[in-house]
Design a protein around this ligand. Structure first.
Ligand code: SAH
Ligand code: SF4
Length: 403
């Protein structure tokens, strides 16, 4: 993946915002280095700047006290730090938070934070809409609008971390608790999963630039295994990812044979199961101690029978993997139903009896409808959106990944 030059980024940002400034959230280490170099400043300034932006979440150049005044003035003149605007934010009783973010032209994306005892996972979007059009996915039913820029992908992480940290600090001060020790690795966001809206591998360059920032020690410093790309199976791009940035890989399988997968995940017609499984095997050659997480949304009477479980076991024998069974989050246009809980348990048991590590994804944030693409699709109609947000509890899809 080539790094993004400031000029290229400015080209990308300008039409969206009308602003001629360079959005620094869209520059990876190489992009920042070339910006700094083009101004004739010392290379280490780029690293300092990167730490202010991503480690400390600072947007105001005036606060970047160890940068020379003349350098800060250049930043103020030519640059900005701009995450997508917040349309709504909802906190669930279980601590899950969901942001609906404005990406212009009436389009919105979703970001969800799921706190757990031992980790905090942020689920981010990579596209506004999606071209893959899976039958069970409301994002797919909305169609495709556009790829998100690096600034918009990274901006979700930047914004979420900044907001959660500010809230925690506020709560700490309100309780009169002592300041935390300086050196603490208790990160608010310890894991990132690209399981929000869109197909990350069909927005490849921007996804990889964002991944690199997540892994960069001068930015978010997350380890490779704590960042997960989820794909519906874009085979050539899985190969590229294995070479460019082999983070943890989740593959949305959803069906154990081509006939059914062609129907549920239309991309299967282009990259059928045999090719997909071979790509999974190749991926693991670059990440030998890893495994593929197969996601499998449980659809009543469609893919949840004993025969399907048997076929899955055959697939699982070919690749080092774990299964994550996802209770389907229904929406009217899909015409599909969630498998009953007892069926999901039995299905999981069949896989586990065959020695396959299997988890059933918990639904989280039920009271804030943390559902895939469902709110974003209605953002053009604010009245309906508000009604829904005020509405009764319903099930949300989520997004909890167990390693
Ligand atoms: N496009 C990528 C990543 C985003 S979708 C992919 O398909 O993997 C992330 C996950 O959400 C996928 O596993 C998908 O199957 C799941 N998902 C989508 N719609 C859902 C729904 N209505 N109920 C439950 N899970 C859903
Ligand atoms: Fe796109 Fe993933 Fe939804 Fe399929 S499940 S339509 S690939 S976002």
């Amino acid at each position: 993946m080539s790094s993004i030059s400031p000029t290229a980024l400015a080209d990308k940002v300008e039409p969206r915002s009308g602003s001629p400034r360079i959005n620094l959230l869209g520059l990876d280490a190489a992009g920042l280095a070339s910006l700094v170099e083009s101004w004739g400043d010392k290379p280490f300034r780029a690293k300092q700047l990167q730490r202010w932006l991503h480690q400390r979440g600072v947007a105001d150049f005036g606060q970047m006290t160890d940068l020379a005044k003349s350098f800060r003035e250049k930043l103020a003149r030519h640059c900005e730090v701009r995450a997508p605007g917040v349309l709504t934010v909802h906190k669930s009783a279980d601590g899950t938070r969901k942001w609906l973010l404005d990406v212009g032209n009436g389009n919105a994306i979703e970001t969800v934070f799921i706190p757990e005892d031992d980790r905090g996972t942020l689920c981010i979007s990579t596209q506004a809409g999606c071209t893959v059009a899976c039958r069970f996915c409301s994002t797919g039913h909305q169609g495709f609008n556009r790829n998100l820029g690096v600034d918009e992908i990274v901006g979700q992480l930047w914004l979420a971390r900044r907001t959660i940290e500010a809230d925690r600090e506020g709560a700490r001060l309100a309780n009169g608790a002592p300041a935390p020790l300086a050196a603490t690795d208790d990160r608010v966001i310890s894991n990132v999963v690209m399981m929000g809206m869109g197909e990350p591998l069909l927005n490849y360059d921007n996804t990889v630039a964002a991944l690199r920032l997540m892994l960069d020690d001068n930015a978010y410093g997350l380890s490779r295994r704590r960042v997960t790309v989820s794909t519906s199976g874009v085979v050539p791009m899985m190969d590229r990812l294995s070479r460019d940035c082999p983070v943890a890989l989740a593959v949305s399988l959803h069906a154990p044979n081509d006939a059914l997968r062609n129907d549920l995940v239309p991309l299967n017609r282009k990259y059928p199961l045999r090719e997909l499984i071979a790509a999974c095997q190749r991926y693991l050659e670059f990440a030998p101690r890893d495994f593929i997480t197969f996601e499998y949304v449980m659809l009543d009477g469609v893919n949840d029978g004993d025969e399907h479980a048997r076929q899955l076991i055959d697939i699982a024998r070919q690749v080092s993997c774990k299964f994550n069974l996802i209770p389907f989050n229904p929406f009217p246009q899909s015409g599909l139903k969630r498998s009953p809980a007892a069926r999901v348990r039995l299905f999981a048991q069949r896989l586990m009896d065959a020695g396959i590590v299997t988890t059933v994804r918990k639904t989280r944030g039920d009271d804030i409808d943390a559902a895939c693409g469902q709110l974003a699709g209605e953002v053009k109609d604010r009245t309906r959106l508000k009604e829904r947000l005020a509405g009764e509890t319903r099930f949300g899809r989520i997004i909890e990944v167990r390693e």
